[in-house]
Design a protein around this ligand. Structure first.
Ligand code: F6R
Ligand code: MG
Ligand code: MG
Length: 366
């Protein structure tokens, strides 16, 4: 049987006002492109959505991962959307498109990519996450908890089909290398790495018993791709659920604590990750706080049955309220760490200029 592939490709190609929310016409332009591709038979199904200023293309097809036609479709859609964004003079028009021409694979060109190819089970639930005002490492903590922490995922202890554990593929985004670590056996080693969220990033998770892919996270880091700050690398992820994978509720559970992530305001601050509905996926306060959206689907013969807006639920009101309290508390610190990121991780800085200006004012201390 030909496998089904779920591809989620996202980019910030224009928003309003400022970095708040993707403009409806941006998404409509992408929809037109994907509709044509569906008519031609390239796509089985799609949904164009957004989290904050990032437009996300959720696509299903039979072409497998890393497919040139699919990647070029996403690229062309973002290029067309950029043209419209420029006409409307939207903010940051085309900001995540770092290359001039498409050369076969969208990786390294700016957009974030998460893809999983799998043979459909009798029933295949999938949760697709999209975040804004943060970085791919924001997924490290929740993905670890989902697939390795029994205090989050009861199935790791009590479901024989999960009890064997999972394998984590971790990228070192500075050295462009990767390693596979087995859990639970190597969980301390894994945590020693992925606690450094700006460098060691979980890319994929595999079920140990049969190597089936359970999750995939976009790990592109725009600043490292471009060698200078060009916008943020707000990530997306695909997580498969149920019957041998964690339950939907186990997958959502780690987002109930609004953990601190990097990337708020000017990509230079720590803030709480607020789980929100699609309606509330537009950051405002201090350009935030950072947001996470979760859309639930059943994948049926390649069709996207859904979405269900998973955080549109009073059960996450507590997390939102906690995020608001943390926002107040963190904001109190103003230009001080830990609200502000350490100097080497800030996207904006005047520090070299200040140091230069004050160079002859520093004198030796014995
Ligand atoms: C962008 C973001 C924003 C911007 C800030 C300044 O996603 O997080 O906080 O960094 O609004 O933007 P510029 O430099 O474009 O005025
Ligand atoms: Mg933006
Ligand atoms: Mg964004």
């Amino acid at each position: 049987m030909v496998k089904t592939t779920v591809s989620v490709i996202k980019a910030d190609v224009g928003s309003y006002p400022g970095h708040s929310i993707a403009h409806p016409e941006i998404m409509e332009t992408c929809r037109k492109e994907l509709t044509q591709a569906q008519k031609k038979g390239l796509l089985i199904d799609f949904l164009v959505t957004h989290c904050g200023d990032d437009t996300a293309l959720i696509m299903t097809h039979k072409k497998g991962e890393d497919n040139e036609e699919i990647h070029s479709l996403a690229w062309d859609s973002f290029v067309k959307a950029t043209e419209r964004a420029k006409e409307l003079k939207l903010y940051g028009a085309g900001q995540d498109l770092l290359a001039d021409t498409f050369t076969g694979n969208i990786k390294g060109m700016g957009p974030g990519i998460a893809e999983i190819e799998f043979e459909e089970r009798p029933s295949d639930p999938v949760i697709i996450f999209a975040m804004d005002k943060t970085e791919p490492g924001a997924f490290n903590l929740p993905i670890y908890r989902v697939f390795a922490d029994p205090f989050c995922t009861a199935g790791l202890i009590i479901d024989p089909s999960l009890h064997g554990g999972f394998i984590f593929e971790v990228y070192d985004v500075q050295k462009h290398t990767r390693a596979l670590l087995n859990c639970p056996e190597e969980s301390y080693d894994l945590l020693a790495l992925i606690g450094t969220t700006s460098r060691y990033i979980i890319k994929r998770v595999y079920r140990k018993s049969d190597n089936e892919t359970a999750a995939c996270i976009s790990t592109e880091r725009l600043s490292l791709i471009a060698g200078r700050y060009v916008g943020k690398d707000d990530p997306v992820a695909i997580v498969r659920a149920q019957a041998g994978f964690p339950a939907v509720g186990e997958i959502l559970e780690p987002f109930a604590k609004a953990h601190l992530v990097k990337g708020w305001m000017r990509g230079s601050h720590h803030g709480p990750l607020m789980p929100v509905s699609l309606e509330d996926a537009h950051p405002t306060r201090f350009d935030g706080p950072p947001r996470v959206l979760a859309l639930g689907f059943q994948i049926g013969n390649g069709k996207l049955v859904g979405p269900v807006d998973m955080f549109k639920d009073p059960a996450f009101d507590g997390a939102r309220s906690l995020a608001n309290q943390i926002t107040d508390y963190m904001k109190y610190h103003g230009p001080f760490e830990p609200l502000r990121l350490p100097p080497e991780e800030m996207e904006y800085t005047t520090l070299p200029g200040v140091l230069k200006k004050l160079a002859d004012r520093f004198e030796k201390v014995e």
